[in-house]
Design a protein around this ligand. Structure first.
Ligand SMILES: *Cc1c(COP(=O)(O)O)cnc(C)c1O
Length: 428
């Protein structure tokens, strides 16, 4: 495959955009090489600027769960655009998508729309702090909740239980309110509660972690967090930006039958337009302005194009009784195929999967948290990534990312990728 035009476009972009990209992972730094510039996409396929066709296993990091340029969404956006693209005033459309979301997701009475997953998580934390009157939060190493200051925190050193900034620009003052725990380690969380009694507003977690590869919760882990929260008057926030409307109609809450106090959404809920949302029961949501004291706002929040896209997406998912089962079966088929090929090649690997989220780590030991995720052989992953790319299959350009399976993928597409994995694996 040729990437002449993509390389040229990247060089031009680098002159006027930092690193040539508007979000760092797109720059391919984790795998090397230059990023591919997309010209258009349809269904399961990306078409790049050099005329290559790629089978897409990322799907805009999740939103395109029914494939690219899904017609009902595209038509709804075109339709709405003709009627005005932003008003900064209420529309009936917002009530319609809110009502549908509330009907699909367990344990939420009200939902507020924002413009990204970052905003959703940031607002969820503020709401939890306002509601409980406490400052500290617990997050898990390797979980990603967007790029707001409170989340750009790494484990502190030695005996210090609070975190330290992992980006310049995040203040020590902010970092001291974020406590870091290891994913799947309940004892660790219990220790943090013991050391910070009465101070923890919320635990925020990806109920299936998807930002260190796919890392499912261990048996009893989410239940244990629920209990710790209940015992300590702490709110449990599920960041379902990735899992929401993907693992089930009601997301991870439904899949694992666990109630979160606040749920954050993004990705699928916007149908490919910039949308995030956060939701909870009345008691908590009524704490938000203009009803309550916790401030939160947005000029473009509830934007009609974004709401039209999200509404069509949720309607399609709500109406299709077989969708999540179908996605699960396709992903299980892919998993089985990859396992066979990696076995044949004699490679050390771990595959984690929950529903239509799947990832491959090149290490035989179980991947259960950030530490074990980091043990994967990155040199092998890089070769795997570029080998598959040359064969026309696009997976995430980083070993720390989940693949997102779309319903637009056919079994023929999956077979094509599995065969490519067979050929590539022999070269690793
Ligand atoms: C993508 C993601 C976010 C951030 O969403 P943006 O729309 O990129 O701001 C937050 N949490 C999780 C779990 C995500 O996967």
């Amino acid at each position: 495959m040729l990437y002449e035009r993509s390389s040229r476009l990247f060089a031009e972009a680098e002159k006027v955009i930092p690193g040539g990209v508007n979000s760092p992972v797109r720059a391919f730094r984790a795998v090397g090489g230059t990023p591919i510039f997309v010209k258009e996409a349809k269904g399961a396929y990306l078409y790049d600027e050099d005329g290559n066709r790629l089978i897409d296993y990322i799907n805009s990091w999740g939103p395109m769960i029914l494939g690219h340029a899904y017609e009902p969404v595209v038509n709804a956006v075109i339709d709405r655009a003709k009627k005005g693209t932003s008003f900064g005033m209420p529309t009936a459309l917002e009530t319609e998508i809110a009502g549908l979301a509330v009907s699909m997701v367990p344990n939420i009475d009200k939902i507020r729309f924002v413009n990204s997953g970052t905003e959703a998580c940031m607002s969820a934390i503020r709401l939890a702090r306002g509601f409980t009157g406490r400052d500290k939060i617990i997050k898990f190493a390797g979980c990603y909740h967007g790029h707001s200051d409170s989340f750009l925190i790494q484990a502190g050193s030695g005996a210090v239980t609070f975190g330290s900034p992992n980006s310049p620009g995040v203040t020590q003052g902010t970092a001291k309110d974020t406590l870091l725990a290891a994913y799947n380690d309940l004892n660790n969380v219990a220790e943090l509660f013991a050391a910070n009694a009465g101070e923890i507003a919320a635990i925020i977690i990806e109920p299936v972690a998807g930002n260190m590869g796919c890392v499912p919760p261990a048996e009893g882990f989410l239940e244990g967090l629920r209990k710790l929260c209940d015992d300590n008057g702490t709110l449990l926030i599920f960041d379902e930006v990735m899992t929401g409307f993907r693992l089930a109609k009601g997301g991870a809450q439904e899949l694992f039958n666990i109630k979160a106090d606040i749920v954050a959404f993004g990705k699928v809920i916007g149908g490919g337009l910039p949308v995030g949302a956060f939701a909870a029961r009345n008691e908590i949501m009524n704490y938000l302005a203009p009803l309550g004291p916790v401030y939160q706002a947005g000029t473009l929040s509830g934007n009609p194009l974004a709401m039209a896209a999200g509404l069509e997406m949720l309607k399609a998912l709500n109406a299709d009784a077989g969708i999540f089962q179908r996605l699960e079966e396709k992903t299980a088929y892919l998993e089985k195929g990859i396992r066979e090929k990696l076995e044949e090649a004699g490679l050390a690997y771990t595959i984690n999967r929950t529903g239509s989220m799947i990832s491959v780590h090149f290490d035989a030991a179980p991947v259960t948290d950030f530490k074990s995720a980091g043990k994967g052989d990155n040199a092998t992953f890089k070769k795997f990534f570029h080998g598959l790319l040359a064969e026309g299959s696009y997976i995430a350009p980083s070993a720390y990312e989940t693949w997102f399976i779309t319903d637009a993928l056919t079994y023929e597409d999956l077979d094509e990728t599995i065969a490519a994995i067979g050929r590539v694996s022999k070269t690793l």
